[in-house]
Structures are given as structure tokens and as C-alpha cells.
Ligand binder design. Structure first.
Ligand code: NAD
Ligand code: TDX
Length: 349
């Protein structure tokens, strides 16, 4: 039995990871620590509510006493840190909370893990701290080339800068204390349970509600899209078999301009759900400040070392995703009530 401390496991990728792991393995126990901010939702975890191998703890990764207590109570083998403030637009408005959770929270987790795992002449057998990072730490690409693990970090937004800060702290714990750590840097995820402030679920939600589809700037910024389950598979592989101290980029060679994404979603909803949804809903709005132009990942290292590859093409993944939102309209209604709706109205109306 391996025990994981998964943080942020009620958010988009974290909840997909918890569901993926508990479906795949019978000998895995997950302690799921999540603060339940606006982005965390226990509804995402309803399928594992009764599973004795899933223990949910509401709390903050910055809370030293709480995290220390978890290490004392459970014999934790792996930490997988998903917990973060994750939305670039919010980071432009409120950078402080990004520094607190993303940088200081990571340091607290590293420190508590170090206190629990360090031995007189090394480290407890088989332990690992894994940091879930992002390709945004590399900055922005021109028309050609890809982010490699060796690409120098050049983050621009408060969000990506806070994630880069966290990555440097993880690296420091390896370089200084020889702590067994790994980092994955992933491109844009999409799939079930994605909070509808992010582009793809926002488009689906707005199409279904006949609302404008806001496109920042000229709509030609490029993102490299990865189906969330492929990301979960990569993290599982890296935590178990990745080389200690290493970074692995995770991406699917699925680059699309934002306007291509918008048109794909509109066309699917038009053809399959509601013929009155058309490209007339598209509304070009003011560009994001410091908007990175292009992200693109070369996942050669994780392919060669661990045999990972993305199983879901964008064409298949986007249909699965839209269909999931159609089948789970209640989930969308729940998460778009309250605080998020006020935030959205303030941004666009
Ligand atoms: P999300 O915003 O959907 O979920 C974040 C979760 O963390 C929420 O459940 C929230 O309640 C929790 N959380 C926030 N602050 C916390 C705190 N102080 N203590 C405990 N829990 C806290 O984010 P996501 O999209 O699932 O991203 C997960 C991780 O993956 C993040 O670290 C993000 O930087 C990284 N990442 C995301 C993407 C993407 O496309 N979504 C791509 C690459 C990397
Ligand atoms: O309404 C919108 N209109 C629009 O044109 C929104 C919300 C976004 N956009 C653009 C901005 C980006 O170019 O779409 C692209 C994708 O935007 P987001 O969904 O906000 O994602 P991004 O900023 O690329 O960051 C995401 O991927 C990397 C995640 O939110 C990060 O947590 C992750 O690290």
C-alpha cells in the first residue's frame, strides 16, 4: 500500500488525478488536502466519497501545524502538489494570494516533508515530493521551436512567476538537501471538472447559455492542449519511475489558436445541440495584459524515458469534454452560482 498526500485534489486536475488513481489501483491510499477555495468542489469527488482509500481533509497547504499533523498521522510515501491559485487573469488582479499559496505553500509542504522524511544519513526509503508545474514558467514562444526541459525560465504573469518561484524552491531542496523530488511542466489541460473561468469550459457554458464568447486580442495566441487524463497518467508515471531531481515536460503536440478553439466549440454545439448557436456570439475583447503568444511542448524526454504518450487526440478529447458538460449541467450550475458569477459579471459587463 502506497500513501499519497495529494493537495488541491478537489480542483480540476487534482480531482481527475484522485479519480484516476483510485480507479487504477487498489493498493493506493490518498489523503486529499484541499482548502476548498472557489475552485475546489467536493462534488468532483462524489464517486470516491465512500471509498475507504480516500480521506479528504479541508485545509491550507500553508498551515504548518496541519500539514505536520498529517505526516504524523499517516505514513506518507509521496506528496503530489496540485494546490495552487491557477487562473492567470485573477493573478493580474490579485497577485499576493498567488505568492502565498503557490510559493509559500510549496515551501511549507517541502519543509514538512523534509522534517518527516529526513534521516541521519539520508532519506526515508522510497519517498518522493512531486511538484505539478506548468509550461508557462518558460515564458512565450515565437512562431517556431518548443519548450524543452533545458529552456531557461522566463515567466511573465504573476501566476507563472509564482509557479516558477515554487519550482526553484523544489530545486533548492534537491540541490541543498538532496531531497527526492520531481517536477512536471504541463501544457493547457482540458476535460471534465474544469472550472468555467478557463477558456474551454467558459466557451461551452456560454454557448449553452447564449452568452457572448470573449476572445482576447486578435484570437491568434496559441496553446498546446492536453486531455486531463493523459496528464494524470504522466504524473503517475513520473512519481513512480521518474528520475529524482529531474523535470519532465508533458504536452501533446496539439497546438491551436484560441479562435480555432472557439470555432470548434461553436460548430459542435451548433450541429449537435442548438442550431441557433453561431459564430455571431464571438466577441473580440481587450487583450490580457502581458498575454503570452504561444506555448508548445516537446515531450521527448518523458516519451523516451518513461514511455508516456498522449492517448487522446484533440478531436476526440474536445467532443468527450463538450459531451461531459452536456451530461453534467447541474455541476456547471452549481459552480457558476455565487462568487464566480459575480466575478464574471464584473469582468465582462
Ligand atoms: P484549480 O484552480 O482547478 O484547482 C486548484 C485546487 O487547489 C482547488 O481545489 C483549490 O481549492 C485548491 N487550493 C487553492 N489554494 C489552496 C491552499 N492554499 N491550500 C490547499 N488547497 C488549495 O487548478 P488546476 O487547473 O486543477 O491546476 C492544478 C495544478 O496544475 C496547479 O498547480 C496548476 O498550476 C497546474 N497546472 C494546471 C494546468 C491547467 O491547464 N489547468 C496546466 C499546467 C499546470
Ligand atoms: O475568456 C477568455 N478568452 C480568451 O481569449 C479566456 C478565459 C481566455 N482566453 C485566452 C487566453 C489564453 O490565450 O485563451 C487562452 C487560454 O486561457 P486560459 O484558459 O485562461 O488558460 P491559460 O492562461 O493558457 O493558462 C492555463 O494553462 C496553463 C491554466 O489556467 C494554467 O493554470 C496553466 O498553468
Amino acid at each position: 500500500m502506497k500513501t499519497y498526500l495529494v493537495t488541491g485534489g478537489a480542483g480540476f486536475i487534482g480531482s481527475n488525478f484522485v479519480l484516476y488513481m483510485l480507479k487504477k489501483y487498489n493498493d493506493v491510499k490518498i489523503i486529499n488536502l484541499d482548502k476548498l477555495t472557489y475552485a475546489g468542489n467536493l462534488e468532483n469527488l462524489k464517486d470516491v466519497q465512500e471509498n475507504p482509500n480516500h480521506i479528504f481533509v479541508q485545509g491550507d497547504i500553508c498551515d504548518k501545524e496541519l500539514v505536520t499533523g498529517l505526516f504524523e498521522k499517516y505514513d506518507i510515501d509521496y506528496v503530489v502538489n496540485f494546490a495552487a491559485e491557477s487562473h492567470v487573469d485573477r493573478s493580474i488582479k490579485e497577485p499576493e494570494i498567488f505568492a502565498n499559496t503557490n510559493v509559500l505553500g510549496t515551501v511549507n509542504l517541502l519543509n514538512c516533508a523534509k522534517n518527516a522524511w529526513e534521516r541521519e544519513n539520508g532519506w526515508k526509503e522510497g519517498v518522493r515530493y512531486h511538484q505539478v508545474s506548468t509550461d508557462e514558467v518558460y515564458g512565450s514562444l515565437g512562431e517556431t521551436g518548443y519548450f524543452m526541459e533545458t529552456t531557461p525560465l522566463d515567466p511573465h504573469s504573476p501566476y507563472s512567476s509564482s509557479k516558477a518561484g515554487a519550482d526553484f524552491m523544489v530545486k533548492a531542496y534537491f540541490d541543498t538537501y538532496n531531497m527526492p523530488v520531481t517536477i512536471t511542466r504541463c501544457s493547457n489541460n482540458y476535460g471534465p471538472y474544469h472550472f468555467p473561468e478557463k477558456l474551454i469550459p467558459l466557451l461551452i457554458n456560454n454557448c449553452l447559455n447564449h452568452k457572448d464568447l470573449p476572445v482576447y486580442g486578435d484570437g491568434l495566441n496559441i496553446r498546446d492542449w492536453l486531455y486531463v487524463e493523459d496528464h494524470c497518467k504522466a504524473i503517475d508515471m513520473v512519481v513512480r519511475d521518474g528520475r529524482v531531481g529531474e523535470v519532465y515536460n508533458v504536452g501533446g503536440h496539439n497546438e491551436r489558436t484560441n479562435i480555432q478553439i472557439v470555432k470548434t466549440v461553436v460548430a459542435y454545439v451548433h450541429d449537435n445541440v442548438d442550431a441557433s448557436v453561431t459564430e455571431e456570439l464571438i466577441k473580440y475583447v481587450e487583450d490580457r495584459k502581458g498575454h503570452d503568444r504561444r506555448y508548445g511542448i516537446a515531450p521527448d524526454k518523458i516519451k523516451e524515458e518513461l514511455g508516456w504518450y498522449p492517448e487522446t487526440t484533440f478531436e476526440v478529447g474536445i467532443v468527450k469534454t463538450i459531451q461531459w458538460y452536456l451530461d453534467n449541467r447541474q455541476w456547471m450550475e452549481h459552480v457558476t452560482s455565487g462568487e464566480y458569477q459575480n466575478y464574471y459579471d464584473k469582468m465582462y459587463n
